[in-house]
Design a protein around this ligand. Structure first.
Ligand SMILES: [Zn+2]
Length: 298
């Protein structure tokens, strides 16, 4: 690149940064919108999507315990803009429509304190031990100290924002757990792959090993397993990864459009919506998938 061209680019970048305006790079060249970012104060950020289809996304980043550095808060929100929202738009056909609050924690002490306030006593170990973040309605709790790299952070952000979208569609609580978690994983992994295909593949291989082990020892649970069964096998394999495989199988086999149509009609009834799209009862798919996992291992 010529020196003058480089200088022009640098000047342009400086102007863009000064004005706190970012434009989102295209995701697979197929995104309908550009995003702009306005920072009102370091912890309160609003995103506007001028595209007719998406309207605007209101996102706030707040501190959970101690002060979040402005550079951190900028980069988290830039990741949401660059990866999470495009993936949600593409996979779910939806982005959050109501104000969404991200609450960032710098210490496990602060994070655990808020978990203790939210979850009943007997669920504390479960909730804090297994989550790299969690979502209540439109509030996302993020233990920032957990994320060793950007790929992991982007996976979590996208995962939790999927829960937000499903909650705002009023189906988070009515979908079977495996679908809710499986789809959050599906989006999270899609986003992680955009940051680092190698990291995503490594994670998938590791978790697949656990699944294979569980199949061999007869410990793989059906998708409808109870919470207590899940806690029992949790050290053998990651049950949410099985949920992810079940959603991925459904989407790979029948397409994303059908899955989106199923989600869209789910507020009027999950079972009916599933039947309308897939021409089989939900229970049949659950049984078929479990059988498919068992057969694949042999
Ligand atoms: Zn989840």
């Amino acid at each position: 690149m010529k020196r003058t061209a480089l200088l022009t680019v640098i000047t342009w970048l400086v102007i863009m940064l000064t004005m706190a305006n970012f434009s989102a790079p295209d995701y697979a060249g197929s995104l309908p919108f550009q995003a702009s970012l306005g920072i009102h104060n370091p912890n309160s950020v609003a995103w506007g999507f001028p595209g007719e289809k998406t309207g605007s996304v209101q996102l706030r980043l707040d501190q959970g315990d101690s002060q979040i550095r402005e550079s951190v808060s900028r980069s988290v929100l830039a990741d949401v803009q660059k990866y999470s929202l495009p993936v949600l738009e593409h996979n779910a056909g939806q982005v959050p429509v109501q104000t969404t609050q991200l609450i960032a924690f710098n210490t496990d002490k602060g994070y655990l304190r808020s978990i203790r306030q939210i979850f009943p006593k007997n669920e504390i170990t479960n909730a804090s031990g297994q989550t790299a973040g969690f979502t209540l309605a439109s509030e996302v709790f993020l233990p920032m100290y957990e994320y060793q790299n950007q790929a992991y952070l982007v996976n979590t952000l996208t995962h939790e924002l999927t829960h937000v979208v499903l909650n705002q569609q009023h189906i988070g609580a009515v979908l079977p757990t495996w679908m809710n978690e499986g789809f959050a994983w599906y989006d999270g992994m899609t986003a992680e792959r955009m940051v680092s295909a190698a990291d995503a593949a490594q994670l998938e291989n590791l978790l697949q090993d656990g699944i294979n082990r569980a199949v061999q020892t007869g410990e793989l649970l059906p998708l409808t397993a109870s919470e207590s069964d899940i806690l029992r096998v949790n050290h053998i394999y990651n049950v949410e990864f099985e949920d992810y495989l079940a959603v991925k199988h459904l989407i790979d086999r029948y397409g994303l459009a059908k899955f989106r149509a199923f989600l869209n009609a789910s507020p009027q009834g999950v079972a009916q919506s599933f039947y309308r799209q897939y021409h089989m009862p939900l229970s049949q798919y659950q049984t078929q998938f479990f059988q498919h996992m068992m057969d694949k291992a042999h």
